[in-house]
Design a protein around this ligand. Structure first.
Ligand SMILES: [Zn+2]
Length: 704
């Protein structure tokens, strides 16, 4: 509710600025701070038409603030320059955080149109700040006189980071170079947005439609019913429709017993974005993007984009990262060979003489799991009911480690009816922040799972964190319990790892809060939390039969843990495939850009001995959103790099007694509360009392 006085003020302000937009200030919820607890976004009042005016005004406001900082007469001080910049752009931050959560989690045509229009404008806005010479002069002066400023460690880190951000954005380039930089940045942002839109469109459009139910043999009754429903919704009467998922591998490949059906589903997935039959072709975007990125890196004085991208990461350089990857490849290949052999045996038993194809792998891997480890996924699921997994698994582990508790509340507005909200309470009764959970997949959501922040913690701005976890769990049929797979369970723990990184943040500056750490470090706290899912004392607590309430039988639990190592060869292989493709694209010179996307991809895989046709990369270039529309360009290696720390920290904690408050507190104090307030690897070494040991990664993946 707005107070009348505020309304009058807003109207006069509107009149004075002569704004012709039909959205008046008083109506636009972004123009003032949300009055909800923790400044939670007021989704009851936010409408699509509010975004563009809020963005426009937000950018304008911030540029005015930046201009005042840059042109002030006083000599530069940390306060009047660096802190002032931290304090700028409130409105823009508010609208951005809501908007970019929706573009991923709950988009529609209108939001997509706004996003396309906005992308180059935001790129230009960022350049207007980072290429502002007067502003940079102030930052540079401070940076070179840092020793005289007597800053605390966090402030010094902020100054160093800010200076580095300016330099990396092109602050030291000539006028001419800067104008080219602006062009490149605007074009890149339009292209990445276009790539994201096309992928979403592909995910909606590309599907296998069959009218013979026997083609779906192996699927559950529920799954068949939803395939029928999906067909009807898209105008196919008496048929069944299965959409593709975001990865090359489709989750239903493990259940479909009809080989032809599997092949169809695999092909419709793996050949997306190739412009087949006049369809969507994402290859021109891929080629233009890598060329522009290469040019941008050259302008800034780097050999390649990969060198530019790796510099602020803990991995430091593509050479160093590739060295680790090369060490991993031989054990991964030998493990996947063993798996392939086993799978071939099962295929021969089934009377298939043909070579092992990618559409066979998951199906027979599942058979191996069922027979060798005697695990039936559908039986396992009965012990993984979503609410039990959350309350007695994820939240339980967090309570045991950190003493925190989660209280669900239903009074806060959400952007979709599936979204739920929890208060996160500290042991002393104080409230840490808010946690949103958006667990089920739907058409308006992109694939994958991620964490976002609606509000970022900072003492400077007196803000507490509001974070959200978004997943893509297949929703249950009407009236049925939400039974989830073990991989969903692991993802819930993983995303909670990101959530607590945001929630426990205890820093002064918003730029350094929570997950504002190098990309190849950010997956460490999340991957670390995954392993609690299979710790017997946690598993026993949440893995309870949804109907009988019985605990998961010990033998099933043992098998589940044993089976975890099976197929790790394949998993790591397909991941490494995508990783080297990412790296190779970004190790190109602007003059070396190839014209054939698929041929380049194949050559890159072959170069690293990762071209086994039965194990294609997890993402092919034409739908590799991490690197062509997300922030993982030349950084897809970050997952396995972070996993070195995750495996090492987990082993370290197990040696110290495992799931205890003492261990949790140490992790919270040394890592989770610190955000980016210190160098990432320094944080790690202080926590661990030494360097990480890569051996724990191999153990974790069963590759040693
Ligand atoms: Zn993650």
């Amino acid at each position: 509710m707005k107070k009348p006085a505020t309304l009058i003020l807003f109207i006069s302000a509107l009149w004075i600025t002569g704004c012709s937009n039909d959205t008046t200030m008083s109506e636009n919820p972004f123009y003032s701070e949300s009055t909800l607890p923790f400044e939670a976004p007021d989704f009851n009042t936010i409408e699509n038409r509010h975004f563009m005016p809020a963005f426009e005004r937000g950018m304008e406001e911030q540029l005015n603030e930046i201009d005042s900082i840059a042109t002030q007469e006083s000599e530069p001080t940390f306060e009047n320059t660096i802190v002032a910049m931290e304090l700028s752009g409130d409105l823009l931050t508010r609208v951005q955080r809501v908007f970019f959560n929706l573009t991923s989690a709950h988009t529609n045509e209108e939001i997509q149109n706004i996003q396309s229009e906005l992308a180059p404008k935001l790129a230009a806005h960022s350049d207007n700040i980072y290429l502002n010479r007067e502003l940079f002069n102030r930052v540079e002066t401070l940076y070179h006189n840092v020793d005289e400023l007597n800053l605390d460690d966090e402030s010094e880190k902020l100054l160093t980071d800010t200076y580095r951000d300016f330099v990396r954005a092109g602050a030291q380039l000539t006028e001419e170079q800067q104008s080219r930089m602006r062009q490149i940045n605007e074009r890149i942002s339009s292209l990445t947005t276009e790539f994201q839109e096309k992928l979403l469109q592909l995910t909606r459009e590309r599907a296998v439609v069959v009218d013979d139910e026997s083609m779906l043999e192996g699927l559950s009754r529920d799954r068949i019913a939803s395939a029928k429903e999906a067909a009807e919704q898209s105008g196919h009467e008496d048929s069944y429709l299965i959409n593709i998922s975001n990865t090359t591998r489709h989750p239903l490949l493990s259940s479909l017993s009809n080989r032809e059906m599997r092949q169809q589903l695999w092909e419709v997935s793996a050949y997306r974005g190739l412009g087949q039959d006049g369809g969507i072709d994402t290859r021109p975007i891929v080629l233009e993007l890598v060329e522009l990125r290469a040019e941008r890196a050259k302008l800034l004085g780097y050999d390649t984009f990969a060198h530019f991208a790796l510099e602020p990461q803990t991995g430091e350089s593509p050479e160093r990262v590739l060295e680790l990857l090369r060490d991993l490849i031989p054990p991964v290949i030998s493990n996947s060979d063993v798996e392939a052999q086993l799978i071939r045996e099962y295929m021969i038993q089934d009377g298939i003489e043909d070579d092992l194809r990618p559409w066979d792998w998951e199906y027979y891997a599942e058979k191996v799991r069922q027979e060798r480890y005697d695990i039936d996924d559908s039986v396992v699921r009965e012990y993984f009911e979503l609410d039990k997994v959350l309350n007695d698994g994820v939240f339980y582990a967090m309570e045991r480690l950190f003493g925190i508790t989660f209280e669900e509340r239903s009074d806060l507005p959400v952007y979709h009816e599936d979204v739920r909200v929890w208060n996160v309470m500290d042991e002393d009764g104080s409230q840490i922040g808010l946690f949103y959970g958006d667990f089920f997949s739907r058409d308006s959501k992109r694939g994958g799972a991620w964490m976002n922040s609606f509000v970022v913690q900072s003492h400077l701005k007196e803000k507490k964190p509001v974070v959200v976890n978004v997943l893509n769990i297949t929703p249950p049929a009407e009236g049925e319990p939400a039974l989830v797979s073990f991989s969903n369970v692991t993802t819930l723990f993983h995303e909670m790892g990101h959530a607590v990184h945001g929630l426990f943040s205890d820093v002064t500056y918003p730029s350094l809060a929570g997950t504002s750490v190098p990309r190849d470090f950010v997956e460490f706290p999340s991957t670390f939390q995954e392993d609690w899912a299979i710790l017997p004392e946690v598993l026993e607590n949440y893995a309870v039969h949804y109907e009988t309430g019985e605990r998961i039988p010990q033998d099933l639990l043992d098998k589940l843990i044993a089976a975890r190592e099976f197929n790790q060869g394949f998993d790591t292989y397909e991941y490494l495939g995508a990783t080297v493709v990412d790296m190779e694209w970004h190790l190109l010179n602007p003059s070396m850009i190839p014209s054939d996307v698929e041929a380049f991809e194949q050559a890159s895989l072959a170069k690293y001995n990762l071209a086994n046709p039965a194990i294609p990369p997890r993402y092919k270039s034409t739908y590799f959103s991490h690197i062509f529309s997300g922030g993982y360009s030349a950084n897809y290696y970050a997952y396995i790099w972070s996993e070195i720390l995750a495996a090492d920290a987990f082993a370290f904690m197990q040696n110290q007694g495992g799931l205890t408050r003492e261990n949790g507190d140490r992790f919270r104090d040394y890592i989770l509360s610190r955000g980016g307030s210190d160098e990432a690897m320094d944080l790690y070494r202080d926590y661990r009392g030494g360097e990480p040991d890569v051996e724990h990664l191999l153990e974790r993946r069963g590759l040693n």
